[in-house]
Design a protein around this ligand. Sequence first.
Ligand code: ADP
Ligand code: TYD
Length: 214
Amino acid sequence: MKGLFISVEGPDGSGKTTQIQELEKYFKDKNYDVVVTREPGGTPISEKIREVILDINNKDMDFVTEALLYAAARAQHVSQVIKPAILDGKIVICDRFVDSSIVYQGIGRNLGMKTVENINNIAINGYMPDITFFFKLSPEIGIYRKTKQGSKDRLESEKIAFHKKVFEGYEQLEKMHPQRIIGIDANRSIKEIYNEIIAYIETYLSSMNKTLNC
Ligand code: ADP
Ligand code: TYD
């Protein structure tokens, strides 16, 4: 039996991690088997790759190298965590997935959406999210929140023009995949955002008549 794969996307600081923690509690309270993970990362090898990618000192990293490192971390993550969990009927909630590469590397770094998609096809091995929540928040607010949280990593330190391009990339993707990508107004209270997500999931599960591992 196949599980459910949910990814959460959006600008840095848009509240993804906060909502994922709430969503995890929601599923656990209902006794669902849930795996929460993140990208880049989610396995010991992928977390090591994450350190290299986000290291603020790696200023001269080539954009192709960057895209390949994200894809390498993802390949390990899919094979070691996501694929086994999905095949086991679990719910996987992933903080960022391949859409991040398509918009940050494809649009933000100008490598092209198609090129980045091709690089990633071998990494994801057919495992695409069933639902992707796209948190819509102006990059200025997101980056302001990150600055308040503490030191910024190599990607977060990019200029605001980069983050705006990335956001427009997300809007483009949302239009291309309206069935999968669900836009969420993230400029609201934590509770309001949570309620909308839960309402969507409950409708989705009942319309799919989905039975998952408890
Ligand atoms: P992300 O994972 O998208 O980077 P976080 O969940 O870490 O975002 O949130 C970034 C910061 O914004 C944190 O300090 C968090 O407490 C705060 N935050 C999260 N959601 C909201 C919200 N709806 N309104 C205001 N602040 C929020
Ligand atoms: P992370 O710190 O986990 O995200 P956030 O700041 O939203 O909490 O993500 C690390 C950074 O990596 C973030 O700026 C987005 C970027 N990124 C890419 O450029 N490509 C990718 O494929 C992924 C997964 C992330």
